[in-house]
Design a protein around this ligand. Sequence first.
Ligand code: PLP
Length: 482
Amino acid sequence: MNSAIHKAFNPEDFRREGHKLVDQLSTYLEDCLGGKPMPVLPPSDPDALAEYWKQQLNAPGFDLREFYATLIRQSNHLHHPRYMGHQVVPPAPLSALTELLEALLNNGMAIYEMGPASTAIERTVIQWLAVKMGFDHQADGILTSGGSAGNLTGLLAARQAMCGYNVWDEGNTASVPLAIMVSEEAHYSVSRAVRIMGWGEKGIVKVPVNARMQLDASALEAAFAEASGKGLKVIGVVGNACTTSTGTFDPLDKIADFAEAHGVWFHVDGAHGGAAALTAKYRHLTKGIERADSVVVDFHKMMLAPALTTAVLFKNGQHSGETFAQKAEYLLGSGQQKPWYDSAGRTLECTKKMMGVKVYAMLKLYGEELFSDYVTATFDMGQEMAKLTEPFSDVELAVDPDCNIVCFRCCPEGFKGDLNRLTAMVRQEIVKKADFYIVQTNIAGRIFLRITLMNPFTGENDLEALLGEVRATAVKLAGAFV
Ligand SMILES: Cc1ncc(COP(=O)(O)O)c(C=O)c1O
């Protein structure tokens, strides 16, 4: 047999390189978690980096350790306490290790035979999370690849259940155009899902938000009436728990009242904040989630698992089996009701990763307080950051934070220029300096710096240092304004 194949499958090589990699990653973790000064996001140019890797491919020789070291060096360091960027969690190291096992076993899970243990484990994880969301034994769901896929899965189920005919087989032949109501602040994956369903822009009925960027429940009836007046049939409403931009939780209870009154589907996008339901201190933010027909929760956001690991839960588990009614004789058989354990009948994916295993391992090893402690600690940090801004009259919060997402900006005293431009420049300068990684957002036409405190080891000193750097940078750049 080809010697490259023998080499690629050599168990001794795997053992040796595996030990070295774990050592290398452990040192990396120590450096990051200890806050060792390093560029949190090493500055780079996309074209230059692409050229570098292209040249490396053609260069002679290859040192695996050096390859790993370079890759680590060039990456965004989520485990560093000064990583405050997008909503991707620094995974609990054990969950990354479990993912190695998942990768090697590679049980595809489309049907039970392709991954018996991981299928059973996924069911256990889904049922555990469903209880945490306040659902009863009728609930069911599936793990899928990300919140975007999760929202699409939930909304496909809504369409199948509420449109009044078998849309899966017959297509979009409803006599009236269908629509979903959602706040202006929803993640773009919701409107993308609606477009994928073929309803176009008009399939999204936007509900205004209040000053806190929260869906204005008092505007639901008017939005519904206006949509009906335009000939649209609203079949569902989406609540955010929470919004991406400002981390604001919508009033889920009031949205649930509305959904019940009109007999429409209630979907909660809890990709980021759904995990608050696991905490004693912040559970109140998700009040009403237990009344949803479908809920999405990302484990790779607020539940310490590597990307991508998303739960889609259905209050009535039947819906989980009715969303994708496709026949595939070679895989799914021809029966009408597919068994729960053949997951390809219930998810976008055919082959899918053994996602539940790492969640199960974390649950068993650390207990569910790992998740509640993590969510509580990071949400507390959001409050702390807001408090730290209070003494500074030049610092403005976009909204009082509900969670670990905080949006703020600095307007130096006497500054009369374009604050949006200044704020964007401040972020650019801070990212270039690379002591911190932060992002920005546009809230109703106003640009704010946006931090998501994903790292439980970010301390008050880090928050103070960021605030100091933002204020000093704003003053420095404002001076050069014309
Ligand atoms: C509220 C919300 N929903 C959905 C998504 C999409 O999730 P994913 O990136 O896992 O596809 C995000 C991502 O930021 C989000 O914040």
